[in-house]
Design a protein around this ligand. Structure first.
Ligand SMILES: [Zn+2]
Length: 238
């Protein structure tokens, strides 16, 4: 003799509970993993930004060095020219000298302005980089603790999964084959994977509809599986 209708429904209900718990745990692990991946991506994005800003800073430093070199050249030319001041012989030479000196002085002024501008830009960038370095340290620490929390969580969940899987395996061994295949088929077609619905105070707990007295009488007879009229789930009265 096979199991009674009540025993079968109790088995399916337990199996359904186990499957739901397994799905929930797997979902929790996945959510937590994707949170961790997000943190990792943020960190690598920040790290890439720091690298590119460091390169910008180096480029500014090189530009500043070039301008300083140019400035020194111009200042040198000015001081050399001043020595030749007394050697000028005619107005044409004086004019050329004046034009050259004016050009060099303008150059000196322009270069000094540019160097100043570069120094200001470098200062701003250095401050930004200091902030980013502090931020990346904080985020690295946060990621480290999130990683170890994840490891702990997964270990804990794996234990829960193993316990549920073991119970499921023992449950499956006593399962009537035709019921099991029906359960697996209905599990896919029903919303939330619910195949069995518990009756609570005369109501189907899955769809919340009040069950007619005739259905309640049939369920209480426990001679066959009675589906809910509204959602077609197997009604189970504990
Ligand atoms: Zn229902």
């Amino acid at each position: 003799m096979g199991p009674s209708v009540q025993e079968t429904l109790a088995l399916v209900y337990r199996l359904q509970t186990i499957d739901n718990e397994l799905a929930q745990i797997t979902g929790e692990i996945e959510t937590s993993r994707s949170g961790l991946r997000e943190k990792e991506e943020e960190l690598s994005g920040l790290s890439a930004r720091i690298d590119s800003e460091r390169k910008d800073l180096q480029a500014l430093a090189r530009e500043k060095k070039d301008k300083e070199e140019e400035l020194r050249t111009n200042e040198h030319i000015i001081s050399e020219n001043k020595k030749k001041n007394k050697e000028l012989r005619n107005s044409r030479e004086i004019q050329a000298y004046m034009a050259e000196m004016e050009f060099r002085r303008d150059e000196v002024e322009r270069l000094q302005d540019e160097i100043l501008r570069l120094m200001e830009a470098m200062e701003v960038l250095e401050k930004t980089l200091d902030g980013r370095t502090a931020e990346i340290d904080t985020r690295r620490q946060a990621l480290d603790s999130a990683r170890s929390a994840q490891t702990g969580l997964e270990r804990e969940k794996e234990e829960a999964i193993a316990a549920l899987e073991a119970e499921k395996a023992s449950l499956m061994s006593s399962f009537p084959e035709n019921i099991l295949s029906q359960y697996q088929r209905l599990k896919i077609s029903h919303k939330n994977g619910l195949v069995v619905s518990r009756i609570q105070e005369g109501t189907c707990s899955a769809c919340r509809m009040v069950l007619p007295p005739r259905t309640m009488t049939e369920v209480k007879r426990r001679q066959k599986i009675i589906p809910c009229l509204h959602c077609q789930r197997w009604l189970y009265l504990e």
